[in-house]
Write a new protein. Structure first.
Length: 138
């Protein structure tokens, strides 16, 4: 009888691990940030347009879905995050898809080393001029 009880006590932790796996054993989720630029004024270079509040972006977002201004062509794009002085903080490349008339730019990023604060989100087609949008990373 004691052996049966000992066997049951040994099976409980094993069954618990099978039925309730630990959180760190699950694959990490990918957080997508949606940045809507459809109604934003475009500025060139490092100028800022004070008409709208800056975009908001979480450092945990590893994927960006950027809704480009109306009429934006599809194809490849360059994306970067710059500091106020123009220092490049992060770069990425992305491709667009057009869904229901909206040009969506998809890019994978890693913001783990980016400090919270104010930046410029800059987007361009290859070999074109940068379009800038104020953004706050938190």
């Amino acid at each position: 009888m004691l052996a049966v009880a000992a066997g049951i006590l040994l099976l409980i932790p094993v069954a618990g691990r099978i039925l309730f796996p630990k959180h760190h054993e699950l694959p990490p989720s990918q957080i997508t940030a949606v940045l809507d630029l459809r109604n934003r004024s475009v500025t060139r270079g490092t100028e800022q347009t004070p008409a709208k509040p800056p975009l908001e972006l979480s450092r945990s977002a590893s994927q960006w879905e950027i809704r480009l201004p109306l009429g934006s062509p599809d194809g490849p794009y360059d994306v970067r995050l710059t500091a106020a002085q123009g220092e490049e903080i992060l770069t990425a490349k992305g491709f667009t898809t057009i869904t229901a008339g909206i040009t969506l730019l998809h890019a994978q990023v890693n913001l783990a080393t980016v400090s919270p604060g104010r930046y410029q989100l800059q987007i361009r087609r290859p070999n074109s001029e940068w379009s800038s949008y104020p953004i706050v990373v938190h």
